[in-house]
Write a protein that binds this ligand. Structure first.
Ligand code: PMP
Length: 388
């Protein structure tokens, strides 16, 4: 069967938080490693060493971006795997070494499913998980986290930027508080993990600023390829692996390294343009102003304390799913916010529900013209629904 997908107009793509288009320069950097430089980086012959050199260069770029050592970077298949490795890794290492007999874990109800789901498995095994709920503005209170820490707290996992409404969590402040507790106790616990997948494009992700022990992100949210993720692991943090095999990545992630993906994510990191933030924030604010002119429309949270690229709306009487489908028929691509949230997130956020949210997320190809055009079409669709 011949598959002939329709052409996507990037002007009407408003789902950059789900995935970004691959940057042309990133694609160019990757192509040789799909072609003539196909060697396995573990091989000691020349094709293998060409792949190894390309991986080394990418590792250098990422370590420069995060401000960390080369051996603190572990390549994985994506942020989902990185989050799983971080959480399982710390919990399993503790179970085998028995540092803390009855460990507990602190997290928030704003986390991605790839944090909440693994933790819920451990909850079933008897590990106490404390879920901190956000305030009305969509951010968690540092003091609530600090007050929950006790001598048995093994791990604290706090997302840097929530993937539905884009609120920035006070990760650096939390990190500083955890570091001083670790110092006081002369201990590596509680280990501090942050999922920075939605933050990398926009925020300071230097690990010394965040004071995180583990940090996660993914290639395809930064105009890089899919199927490649990073886990930063601070030297000295004990982690068990989840894959057994050839002992790649310092025995922490066995499996032949994905050379094209690694080269691509290195290039994507190099191309991050922080000076884009102002332009994108202006477009996001225009989108909010114009959508709020449509009757009975609301936005979750305030633009303060958010990354510049996201806005999540709800239209009381209209289902988010219906709206996403109606917009798709007009070749406009947005996301039904909670569709990417897990059930546990929804049930744990009584104080801050994102129900029926329609997420618009912007990126480097969004223009004022595309914003004005999408709002016009959205208003027509909403009027049509309301007349039904
Ligand atoms: N964490 C966050 C905050 C995300 O937004 C996503 C992607 N939706 C992930 C983790 C999972 O990333 P990946 O698709 O690379 O597995």
């Amino acid at each position: 069967m011949k598959i002939n997908p329709p052409k996507i107009n990037i002007d009407s793509y408003f789902d950059y938080a789900a995935s970004t288009p691959l940057d042309k320069q990133v694609l160019k950097s990757m192509l040789p490693y799909f072609g003539e430089h196909f060697g396995n980086s573990s091989s000691i012959h020349t094709p293998g060493q060409i792949a190894q050199n390309a991986i080394d260069l990418s590792r250098q770029k990422i370590s420069l971006f995060l401000g960390c050592n080369l051996d603190e970077i572990i390549f994985t298949s994506g942020a989902t795997e990185s989050n799983n490795l971080a959480l399982h890794g710390v919990i399993e290492a503790n179970q085998s070494k028995n540092y803390i007999k009855h460990p507990n874990i602190i997290t928030t109800t704003l986390e991605h499913a790839s944090v909440l789901q693994p933790l819920s498995c451990y909850a079933k095994q008897g590990i106490k998980i404390y879920y901190i709920k956000p305030n009305q503005d969509g951010t968690v209170d540092v003091n609530k986290i600090i007050k929950t820490i006790n001598k048995n707290t093994l791990l604290i996992s706090v997302i840097y930027v929530n993937n539905i409404i884009g609120t920035i969590q006070p990760v650096a402040e939390i990190g500083r508080a955890i570091k001083s507790i670790q110092k006081q106790n002369h201990s590596q616990f509680p280990v501090f993990h942050t999922d920075a997948t939605q933050a990398i494009n926009y925020l300071n992700c230097k690990v010394e600023y965040l004071k995180s022990d583990l940090l996660t992100f993914s290639g395809h949210k930064i105009y890089g390829p899919k199927g490649i993720g990073i886990l930063y692991k601070r030297q000295g943090v004990n982690l068990s692996s989840i894959f057994q095999g050839g002992g790649h990545e310092n025995n922490l992630r066995s499996g032949t390294l994905n050379t094209p993906g690694i080269v691509g994510v290195g290039k994507a990191i190099e191309l991050i343009e922080p000076n884009q933030n102002i332009k994108i924030a202006k477009l996001r604010d225009l989108l909010i102003t114009e959508i709020l002119k449509i009757g009975n429309s609301h936005v979750y949270g305030t633009p303060n304390n958010k990354t510049p690229n996201m806005a999540c709306f709800y239209f009381n009487d209209i289902s988010a799913q219906d709206l996403v489908i109606a917009l798709d028929l007009e070749n406009i691509y947005v996301s039904a916010g909670p569709a990417c949230a897990s059930k546990s997130l929804m049930s744990n956020t009584e104080s801050y529900s994102f129900s029926n949210g329609v997420r618009f997320s912007l990126g480097k190809f969004t223009t004022e013209k595309s914003i004005r055009s999408v709002v016009k079409k959205l208003a027509l669709i909403i009027n049509r629904f309301r007349k039904l």
